[in-house]
Design a protein. Structure first.
Length: 174
């Protein structure tokens, strides 16, 4: 007699039903989160609310972070100096020199930095030693397009031949 083995119900048969349930709950959770944060001024203020019976969350952070997450910038206090304040973010710089770890390479990196300042006085110049080489990089650019425009200007002078765009933490004024 031709008898077939019994058919076992596999875990995978029920998986589409579970996925629909999970996606429903995830969508509901996302909708609740969006509704909660839409009413709040920003995420920090929504976390700091006082709900009876649940406790209170207090966040201690630098005031400059509020400006970085979308809140209006607070005016500088009277005791502050005229120095400009910065925040570090991922961005781009243009590298105009990369040497080795010798004293001559340090001098060359500084000289290249002086030449950049001569041609482009508005650009910030960063001459640093990142083991095992001396680097001279310029600018603080949020987008690669801004860095590319500056790189083309540097090349067009004819003085800076080996220029390239590098990804780095840059200083953005507040």
């Amino acid at each position: 007699m031709n008898r077939l083995p019994p058919v076992r119900k596999s875990f995978f048969i029920y998986q589409p039903v579970r996925m629909k349930t999970y996606s429903f709950y995830f969508s509901l959770l996302l909708l609740l989160f969006a509704a909660t944060t839409a009413n709040a001024q920003n995420i920090v203020k929504s976390l700091e609310r006082d709900v009876p019976g649940q406790g209170k969350v207090t966040i201690h952070q630098d005031e400059r972070l509020d400006a970085a997450i979308g809140k209006e910038k607070q005016p500088a206090s009277a005791g502050m100096t005229d120095e400009q304040q910065f925040i570090k973010v991922a961005g781009y710089r243009v590298q105009v020199y990369a040497g080795n770890n010798s004293r001559a390479a340090r001098t060359e990196a500084q000289n290249i930095g002086y030449k950049v300042k001569e041609y482009f006085p508005d650009l910030k110049v960063y001459t640093t030693f990142t083991s095992p080489r001396w680097l001279c990089r310029v600018g603080d650019f949020r987008t690669i397009e801004e860095a590319d425009a500056t790189m083309r200007q540097l090349r067009s002078t004819g003085v800076f031949k080996e220029v390239s765009i590098v990804k780095e933490q840059v200083n953005i004024p507040l």
